[in-house]
Design a protein around this ligand. Sequence first.
Ligand code: NAP
Ligand code: MG
Length: 484
Amino acid sequence: MDIKLEKMYGLFINGEFVPAQSGRTFKTCNPATGEVLAQIAMASADDVDCAVKAAWAAFSSWKKTTARERSEIMWKISDIVEENLEYFSTIETLDNGKTLEEARADITDVVDQFRYFAGCIRTDEGSYVEQDNHGFNIIRKEPLGVVAQIVPWNYPLSMAGWKMAPALAAGNCIVIKPASNTPLSLLEFARLAGKELPNGVLNVVTGSGHDCGEALTAHPGIRKVAFTGSTDVGTGVGETAGKNMIPFTLELGGKSAHIIFPDCQWDRALNAVKGGILGCAGQICSAGSRLFVHKDIYDKFVEELADCFAKVRVGNGLESGIEMGPLVDERQMETVLKYIDIGIKEGARLVTGGRRITEKFYNEGFFIEPTLFADVTNHMRIAQEEIFGPVLSAIPFTSEKEVIEMANDSPYGLAGGVWTQDINRGIRVVSQIDAGLMWLNTFDMYPAGTPFGGYKKSGFGREAHKMTMEEYFQVKTIYVSIEE
Ligand code: NAP
Ligand code: MG
């Protein structure tokens, strides 16, 4: 699809695009080619302040809307996104590098999240409780006011959808910041779908994490912050929110265990392991980046997996048949290459991959070969630290007890997968793993209605489920006493 992007995108404040007050901009590029896609306004604290004020001005009417009115608006937004699915998907591929097929799945997810929460709010209720002295409590849920949302670059519009939909459904106004690598899909969302919302209900500020992101988190007008990104930055966001006494939810990094027992459905497991680490070029927080394979099948599984990795078609995600796109930018590519080097120095066996792909066809893109390390031990850095690239560490195990201990020996606890046809063993193992989401005989499935979020250093709070709306409400109890 041919896309005509604007050359310059402003900040989306109070229903219109405006330049940053400083006049400063930054560029966003296509990681497959190095091409500059557009210039983007670089917000600073003053711009964030305008956005927060616009959101509060809108809140006085938005909070009075009924659940039905908000639900209907959210359905209209979902329709607009669906009608423009190819448009949004192409923009996502251009800006992030993921394949068009992956981008289509992301945008379909945005549609679904809006419809799911449009439904949730219609069925959500407060409660009524009888009390002593002929009284009763009405327990009412009220929106918080203006909330801040900060999203990463690996699932740009999809992560924004996970955040915007429950916040809007609950009656809040939003100031949201996309990642600087991938601002385009959210800005285009604001342009196309934002007009369904009253001015000021949704505001998009773009700019660096250190400047715009910190100003947004620290703004005294913010009543909640929802963050998805790295554990390092999330820790700082949580500290600031704590000081401001506002609630926060953090969706952070991971090092998810993917566990294969000898009685697995072989081809499905092999395919899921491959997709679980090479999807989005491994830049997935829930990537199955630690592979535990039972020793009885270890050599055969690793050999067949290496064969699958070597056959993967890496390239520009816009081209048909491409299975894996580039890393999002040079910095991310250098980080991944550094970890490959660390793995080799730690004594892991590099079975396949390990190089940047620099042939002519790849132009200036940030492509890395699908990389598989075998004979990894769980204490190696490549098994403990989040690499966020197409690099898999395969570790053999001998017993259920041993693999559960190794899977839990990680600072993270986001997700994980287990493959076995023995249902008792499957449930036994997934129940004992410290992670917020476990897949049994599948991987990387998170349709709306599947609570998503971490244990331990993977953060807290759950998204993509009706319980997420509770994070966007405050509870008011009205104790009513009736005189006899
Ligand atoms: P990041 O550096 O933490 O950035 C995430 C977002 O925070 C971006 O919008 C970034 O803006 C902003 N930011 C950076 N510094 C900030 C600060 N001091 N204050 C406020 N905001 C700030 O993470 P990333 O490298 O973009 O994303 C990769 C990480 O996200 C991985 O660790 C991954 O596991 C995690 N992740 C988790 C989930 C999940 O659901 N658990 C989903 C996706 C990704 P700039 O882009 O302008 O720097
Ligand atoms: Mg980009």
